[in-house]
Design a protein around this ligand. Structure first.
Ligand code: NAD
Length: 255
């Protein structure tokens, strides 16, 4: 499918590794120009030449705004913002979660997206094909036992997305959320290990249970998630807004 994204100006947060890196690469493959930030300096340095990059903790609102301003100046405007940054947060019973861990998870997973959307809206109004794509999670639709801050933040991402789609629709800015589930990579392994340990079960048991709730019985590759995002940013996706799109084959897997 020709997505015609040559010259499309894109910002991806946390693009140095994992799903974010796959998103950066997918946009580059389709001819877009890309800016990204990440907390990991060493990983940023390994991105392809030509990607505008800066070390930023998205939990630091001043640093995040500063990066976005610089990135938009570098790109000469903005057509697509991908709010990808997110952390797993604590895996614990609700009474054992301290307030600092709660705030850190909400700040990085949700507040950073609010800040970036607000900072980029003016530039997006001047684009001929503007969109915002927010990374949520299936946990944001069905909840996630022992991962309350994460599920609450990702649920909030869906609310942010739907509200902004309504607010910004008259300005021709589309806003959608992508909901990954079981994704191949280190993060998934860490999450399964933490869950297994907190429940006194083996990783294999936790993994088998998770897959028993999905219709796609394999890990989804980061590149497959990136494909959906690039499509949504393209003209081929221009009739889609306000949607929370699962990319794991089911909505019940974390039940
Ligand atoms: P990841 O843990 O692999 O991290 C990706 C990148 O984020 C890394 O380069 C890391 O350095 C960067 N990062 C972490 N904290 C940061 C911060 N405070 N500021 C800037 N950069 C920071 O994550 P991932 O698995 O690629 O997930 C990407 C998005 O997809 C997240 O929003 C995540 O919640 C969501 N998601 C992932 C999965 C999964 O299984 N991997 C499932 C559902 C949703």
């Amino acid at each position: 499918m020709d997505l015609d994204l040559s010259g499309h100006r894109v910002i991806v947060t946390a693009g140095a590794s994992g799903i974010g890196r796959a998103i950066v690469q997918a946009f580059l493959d389709d001819g877009a120009i890309v800016a990204t930030c990440d907390i990991d300096d060493a990983a940023l340095a390994t991105l392809p030449e030509g990607v505008f990059r800066q070390k930023v903790d998205v939990g630091d609102s001043t640093a995040l705004r500063g990066f976005l301003d610089m990135a938009m100046a570098h790109l000469g405007g903005l057509d697509c913002l991908v709010n990808n940054a997110g952390i797993a947060g604590p895996t614990a019973r609700v009474e054992d979660i301290d307030l600092t861990a709660w705030h850190q998870c909400i700040d990085i997973c949700l507040t950073s997206q609010f800040i970036a959307c607000a900072a980029c809206t003016d530039a997006l109004r001047d684009s001929a094909n503007a969109s915002i794509i927010n990374l949520s999670s299936v946990a944001g639709r069905v909840g996630f036992r022992l991962r309350t801050p994460y599920a609450a933040a990702k649920w909030g991402v869906i609310g942010l997305t739907k509200s902004l789609a309504i607010e910004l629709g008259p300005d021709d800015i589309r806003v959608n959320a992508i909901l990954p589930g079981l994704v191949a990579g280190d993060r998934q392994r860490r999450v399964l290990e933490a869950k297994a340990q907190s429940q006194g079960r083996s990783v294999a048991e936790v993994e088998a249970q998770a897959f028993s709730f999905t219709s796609i019985r394999h890990y989804v590759e980061p590149g497959q998630i990136a494909d959906q995002i690039v499509y949504l940013a393209s003209r081929r996706g221009s009739s889609v807004s306000g949607q929370a799109i699962s990319v794991c084959g089911d909505t019940q897997m974390l039940a």
